[in-house]
Write a protein that binds this ligand. Structure first.
Ligand SMILES: Cc1ncc(COP(=O)(O)O)c(C=O)c1O
Length: 440
């Protein structure tokens, strides 16, 4: 495919700043650009004119957006912050605020460079756009074997990239996990010869389904493994799915995003942070997320080119993300109550987490039927049952009115969604159902 001149310009800018980044892009990623000419440019030129017949929305005679009263009566937002399109890379205000929030939540970013966040229609879309930009047919994405199942649809079904997994935890023997992230497994995958000099890694902490976040010592080992691959000459794209960022319930666990460490590691390592309000701010249906880049030596020109490519991919895909949802979030983040409200909700989830830990400690007999996998954060925890997980799930549904998720050899339990007072019963039900199935 012959590249559009606008794509060539972006590629030249990327190459001039860091040729490794150009090598990381997929064929689609190399070809995409944000159209600065055409409709958008002509619309921008008409801005402020007496008659502006360029905009693809409908305006009343007084210039306000046409709106149906049956909608606006339920909407407590100025019409201009709700009805018109948001820009493809997102509203300027939300991008600026989120950048500041990333910095505040990650003190380790102080003095480091990273791009402006580009708004996506939440994290699934951010991951998909990362797939668009970095994954070619036949590429592989390296990740732990406990992963969010939608990665298959996102990377494999849509972009033809395989998932190459390693066991999530080190083993104590006999299939029983120790409480350690398997950094050696990641290291081995990264050290293996690469097909095209490129490696794509996907990290998700706190993890879905396991609820695990690495300790600082494990983060160091992960970073060293990525660095070793980069030093050998591989171009490494690390996709960092920070969906559950901030929900860390133990003090000894790494609290910042690994984006801080990977984003200025090596000129061959591009860190791509995919995060958003979905889980962090409990607005699952709003569909607002962000995609942010960092690389050692990253220049404004490099970041602008990556942002433009991301904006172009979004423009050709969903055009832009929900304007009312972005506006509501900007208002919440600017309100004085935001921090204390967030703390209240964190405390709710932490109480549930503590209650799960208490229940497990109070019932040593549960170990006869299931072992909990290491967990310290997020929405979930997993158990490895003695009984067949699918049979157990079915029995829990049928005889105990209890829903769980079967992840193959394990069951996932969402303490985030279980009333605190029902957690005791949840585990008791699992224990009883498993005992009935296994016959002892
Ligand atoms: C690990 C992980 N990443 C991403 C997502 C998707 O988030 P969003 O609803 O923002 O698309 C989820 C949702 O369950 C998730 O568990």
């Amino acid at each position: 495919m012959e590249l559009d001149l606008q794509a060539v310009k972006l590629n030249d800018a990327i190459k001039a700043a860091n040729p490794a980044v150009l090598d990381m892009l997929s064929a689609k990623g190399k070809a995409i650009f944000f159209p600065k000419l055409g409709i958008l440019a002509q619309s921008a030129e008409a801005n402020g004119k007496e008659i502006n017949a360029t905009i693809g929305i409908a305006l009343e005679d007084d210039g306000s957006p046409v709106a149906l009263p049956s909608i606006s009566k339920n909407l407590n937002l100025p019409a201009n912050d709700a009805y018109p399109y948001a820009p493809s890379p997102g509203r300027a205000d939300i991008r600026k605020i989120w950048k500041g929030m990333i910095e505040k939540k990650n003190p380790g970013l102080a003095g480091k460079t990273f791009s402006n966040p580009v708004v996506t229609a939440a994290l699934t879309h951010g991951l998909s756009m990362a797939g668009y930009l970095f994954c070619d047919e036949g590429d592989t994405v390296i990740l732990p074997d406990l992963f969010w199942e939608n990665y298959g649809l996102i990377f494999t079904n849509a972009f033809g990239a395989g998932l190459d997994t390693f066991p999530t935890y080190t083993e104590a023997g006999g299939g029983v996990p120790e409480g350690r992230f398997n950094t050696a497994g990641l290291k081995a995958k990264l050290a293996a010869p690469s097909k095209n000099g490129k490696k794509i890694v996907l990290l998700n902490f706190p993890n879905n389904p396991s609820g695990y976040t690495p300790l600082p010592s494990e983060v160091k080992e992960i970073v060293a493994a990525v660095n070793a691959a980069a030093a050998k000459g591989d171009k490494v794209v690390v996709l960092i799915d920070d969906a559950y960022f901030g929900l860390v319930f133990e003090d000894n666990v790494y609290k910042q995003s690994i984006f801080c460490d990977l984003g200025d590691l090596h000129p061959n390592v591009l860190a791509v942070k995919i995060d958003g309000a979905t889980k962090e701010d409990y607005v699952w249906g709003f569909r607002v997320g962000f995609l942010t880049y960092a690389i050692k030596g990253g220049t404004p020109a490099l970041y602008e080119a990556l942002e433009a490519k991301t904006g172009g991919a979004i423009r050709g895909n969903i055009s832009n993300s929900s304007n009312p949802a972005q506006s509501l979030l900007v208002r919440s983040w600017s309100a004085g109550e935001y921090e204390s409200e967030k703390k209240q909700k964190f405390d709710l989830l932490k109480r549930r987490y503590d209650e799960v830990k208490r229940i497990l400690a109070a019932h040593p007999e549960y170990k006869e039927q299931f072992s909990p996998l290491p967990f310290n954060s997020g929405y979930f925890m997993c158990i490895k049952p003695k009984a067949d997980p699918e049979a157990l799930r079915q029995k829990l549904l049928k005889d105990y009115s209890t829903g769980t998720i079967n992840f193959g050899s394990i069951l996932r339990l969402a303490f985030s969604a279980t009333p605190t007072g029902k957690l005791e019963k949840l585990f008791e039900n699992v224990f009883k159902a498993s005992r009935e199935l296994s016959g002892n």
